[in-house]
Design a protein around this ligand. Structure first.
Ligand code: NI
Length: 199
């Protein structure tokens, strides 16, 4: 009888150890996948800023970048996210000097330099708007895994764009640091940025 109980206890222990091992492997595997895909976010770009100056990613080395992809005709989501970025920067105080906020257009057809120049100061005096040729925009959107396409059913000049909505924090070396999903509040964004860049 005692031997039987021992056998059952031993079998349970082996089962538990196996389950724990599988769970550990799954968590590890999932973490590795996230790290692998995160490391692949970002890359070199060649665009034009809202003052008409040609810029590349290398011009921003040494600063953290807070990047949002959207378009100036966006009725709701883009203005909300850009306001969140601006509020987060204001909450950071002097730490914000280490961060360059960028708004990259995914609608180069309508987002001319002049249009970007009118738009970005509405949100933050340090916000830089970047636009480019359709090819340049396609390339940078691809590097940042940004989805963007004309919304089905939109026509004429008043079309809407469907697009993904993430705020990216990149390091002073141009490498990916963090991503904030759309709808992240300015307090959380500011606290996370502060935690990751120090100060
Ligand atoms: Ni939008």
């Amino acid at each position: 009888m005692t031997a039987r109980i021992l056998r059952i206890a031993l079998a349970s222990l082996v089962g538990l150890a196996l389950a724990a091992g599988i769970a550990w492997w799954q968590v590890r595997h999932a973490t590795q996948q996230v790290e692998t895909s995160a490391a692949a976010v970002g890359g070199p770009f060649r665009l034009t800023d809202h003052t008409g100056k040609a810029v590349t990613d290398a011009d921003y080395r040494g600063k953290h970048l807070l990047i949002y992809f959207g378009y100036t005709f966006c009725p709701d989501v883009c203005p909300t996210e850009l306001s969140t970025m601006a509020a987060a920067l204001d909450k950071l105080g002097p730490v914000a000097d280490k961060v360059q906020p960028l708004f990259i257009s995914i609608d180069p057809e309508r987002d001319t330099v002049a249009h970007m120049a009118d738009y970005v100061p509405l949100f933050h005096p340090r916000l830089v708007g970047l636009t480019g040729t359709p090819d340049e925009i396609r390339a940078v959107a691809k590097e940042y895994r940004v989805y963007a396409a004309k919304a089905p059913g939109s026509s004429g000049e008043a079309y809407l764009m469907d697009h993904s909505s993430f705020v990216y924090l990149m390091g002073p070396d141009g490498k990916f640091v963090a991503v904030f999903p759309g709808g992240t509040g300015p307090d959380k964004m500011a606290a996370d940025i502060r935690k990751r860049i120090g100060g």
